[in-house]
Design a protein around this ligand. Structure first.
Ligand SMILES: *Cc1c(COP(=O)(O)O)cnc(C)c1O
Length: 219
């Protein structure tokens, strides 16, 4: 099937409350334009340099989501245009995002990444680190960022029960956060689910899925 057919088919199966980030990392602009031609405007990339090159050369009504791990020293390259940064997992990084957002007189929307997988290598905060971050004076003084919700990645495994357990755990952290009163937050987005596991993520309460290979083919 073609990229546009894959995209249209997947979209038709998603509940209306779930938004789809088309993960276009490593793919050429022609592939992204095929998705764009169907009316799709939400793209996810995991490298700031690659995303910025695509932003530069593509229509300006695209919403660019940074879904990868972000190094503080590169925030400046996307601060002008990024729509949502999914993988924020430290106060230091937030401080840099806030600083760069201020330069462009804008508020940058962010998700905090929560560590839910068994693998040590996956980035993210645990619950106590999340609380410490939200309650720090530094965080409370940031006027140019808005925390829109949480993001997480499940363990890479065939064990369905394990994946579902991790997604349900993230949903419960999300619900608790949503019910609590924190500055600089507008908690509404739960970003979880990729090509291999997005159906379970939606069952567990995800409202934003990040799908790459099922749309654009393997990388
Ligand atoms: C690459 C990537 C995806 C998409 O993965 P697919 O398996 O190709 O759907 C989703 N989220 C993150 C953080 C990624 O890096």
């Amino acid at each position: 099937m073609s990229i546009s057919q894959n995209l249209i088919t997947i979209k038709s199966t998603l509940p209306p409350s779930v938004s789809l980030v088309a993960v276009s990392k490593t793919k050429p602009i022609a592939d992204l334009m095929e998705a764009y031609a169907t009316g799709h405007r939400l793209f996810g990339e995991n490298k700031i340099q690659e995303m910025t090159e695509k932003w530069d050369r593509m229509p300006k009504d695209i919403q660019w989501h940074m879904i990868g791990h972000v190094q503080s020293n590169k925030v400046k390259f996307m601060a002008e245009y990024v729509a949502l940064i999914h993988g924020v997992d430290s106060l230091k990084l937030l401080e840099e995002i806030n600083k760069q957002a201020l330069k462009y007189h804008r508020t940058i929307n962010c998700l905090l990444q929560i560590h839910i997988a068994k693998e040590e290598t996956k980035f993210g905060l645990d619950q106590s680190e999340l609380q410490d971050l939200l309650q720090s004076e530094s965080f409370k003084s940031m006027n140019n960022i808005c925390i829109m919700g949480l993001m997480g990645m499940a363990t890479f495994t065939n064990d369905q029960a394990q994946i579902k357990k991790e997604f349900c755990h993230l949903k419960s952290v999300f619900d608790t956060l949503k019910a609590s009163d924190n500055l600089n937050c507008n908690i509404s987005i739960l970003s979880m689910g990729m090509s291999g596991d997005y159906k379970w993520a939606i069952e567990a309460g995800s409202n934003m899925v990040r799908i790459g290979s099922s749309i654009f083919g393997s990388r």
